[in-house]
Design a protein around this ligand. Structure first.
Ligand SMILES: Cc1cc2nc3c(=O)[nH]c(=O)nc-3n(C[C@H](O)[C@H](O)[C@H](O)COP(=O)(O)OP(=O)(O)OC[C@H]3O[C@@H](n4cnc5c(N)ncnc54)[C@H](O)[C@@H]3O)c2cc1C
Length: 125
């Protein structure tokens, strides 16, 4: 279970309570999360990640196509991940179908997929 929090408030809370207690505090503020985690056991301590975005240098090639978080991720605060992943599913399906139907189209289709994917990522990053 992960929480996206305001950077300044999150840092203050972690300084005041410690990371694990700050994490538990976030859970207790969310009744649904607390209910789901009622019987859960934490197997490793919570971690903090900030400004977390990435874009793969390649999204398709011989025998593979990357979609969704495998290809890129934009800070969850912007709430774009599901939209980007679903769009990539549509673009990726067109890329894979084209490459399978006509092997001579593999490289141009891979280039078009990458270009469209990067354009889409650029809209939100
Ligand atoms: C804290 C947080 C908050 C977020 N908030 C939002 C938000 O508000 N709005 C939004 O749009 N996005 C949000 N995102 C981003 C969004 O969740 C992701 O970008 C999106 O789910 C990516 O979809 P995906 O299909 O690529 O990956 P996932 O949704 O991660 O799906 C991958 C699936 O593959 C499965 N899997 C992994 N390995 C294997 C394997 N070897 N074999 C079979 N299956 C496997 C996994 O179990 C998982 O079900 C948030 C992300 C985080 C971390």
């Amino acid at each position: 279970m992960a929480f996206v929090v305001d950077s300044r408030k999150g840092q203050e809370e972690i300084r005041r309570l410690g990371l694990e207690a700050a994490y538990q505090e976030q859970i207790s503020r969310s009744p649904n999360a607390a209910k789901m985690l009622r019987n859960a056991t934490m197997v490793s301590g919570p971690k903090v990640i900030r400004d977390w975005s990435y874009l793969s240098t390649e999204v398709g090639g011989d025998g593979y196509a990357l979609v969704g978080d495998a290809a890129c991720f934009i800070d969850p605060l912007f709430s774009t991940g599901v939209h980007v992943a679903l769009t990539a599913g549509v673009l990726g399906a067109a890329y894979v179908t084209t490459a399978l139907k006509d092997p001579t189209m593999r490289e141009p289709a891979a280039r078009a997929y990458k270009e469209l994917y990067y354009q889409h990522y650029g809209l939100f990053s």
